[in-house]
Design a protein around this ligand. Structure first.
Ligand code: SAH
Length: 215
């Protein structure tokens, strides 16, 4: 039996997002609209809307829906911004950001995953304003900088300097920072020439690779 995806999505938005305090109506609408089942491996499609991360290829995972919604909400996007999505994976997170911003650059270090993200976005028709690039996102993607929002979906030992440099003013960066076992999800806000920083929650992401990642 084919699950009723729209009602699974609605249930996820109500139980996992609204109940836990996600309020931004644009984020809730985006999560209601994006078909997560189209971004997960075929054999775990029935798990698409479970309250947990989902394994994709190469030992990577798509974050739990709540984590993606929280990270998106923290960016306070209005629809006019250029956003950098570091750690493209399946392309799901990029699709959500694409619904919230004017333009998204989605960077992925594993070539096969970059291809997969691109194909998923193309197949679902959600890639119109998302550009998938291959490379080390810990160095950002200077060609499209500055970014009003930067979202990092892999754990970093520290905030990579190039990401701070490519963050616009005003700009907001969300990134899990810590060790391999656990991290703080940090929000860095740049405005009026200054930056401030706060911890939004605790989390556990797969490690960031590359220059600014774990060696
Ligand atoms: N946001 C993704 C899943 C993130 S999993 C989704 O919606 O599916 C973390 C991803 O970060 C993995 O795909 C991993 O290959 C990628 N990654 C790790 N280090 C990276 C780096 N330095 N630059 C770009 N991508 C990186």
């Amino acid at each position: 039996m084919i699950p009723d995806w729209p009602s699974e999505r609605r249930r996820m938005v109500d139980r996992q997002l609204r109940k836990r305090g996600i309020r931004d109506p644009r984020v809730l609408d985006a999560m209601l609209a994006i078909p997560r089942e189209e971004f997960v491996p075929h054999d775990c499609r029935v798990c698409s809307y479970q309250d947990e991360p989902l394994q994709i290829a190469y030992g990577q995972s798509i974050s739990q829906p709540y984590m993606i919604a929280l990270m998106a909400e923290l960016l306070e996007l209005t629809g006019t911004e250029t956003v950098l999505d570091v750690g493209g994976g399946s392309g799901y997170h990029a699709a959500v950001l694409g619904a919230l911003a004017a333009r998204v650059v989605c960077i992925e270090i594993i070539p096969a995953l970059a291809r997969q993200a691109e194909q998923n976005l193309l197949r679902t028709g959600l890639g119109g304003n998302v550009t998938v690039v291959r490379g080390d996102g810990s160095q950002g993607w200077p060609a499209a900088a500055p970014y009003a929002g930067i979202s990092v979906a892999a754990a970093a030992p520290d905030i990579p300097e190039p990401l701070l440099a490519q963050l616009g003013d005003p700009g907001r960066l969300v990134i899990p920072v810590g060790d391999r076992r656990g991290q703080e999800l940090r929000l860095i806000v740049k405005s009026d020439g200054g930056t401030h920083d706060r911890v939004a929650t605790f989390c556990r992401f797969v490690p960031l690779r590359g220059e600014g990642g774990f060696r």
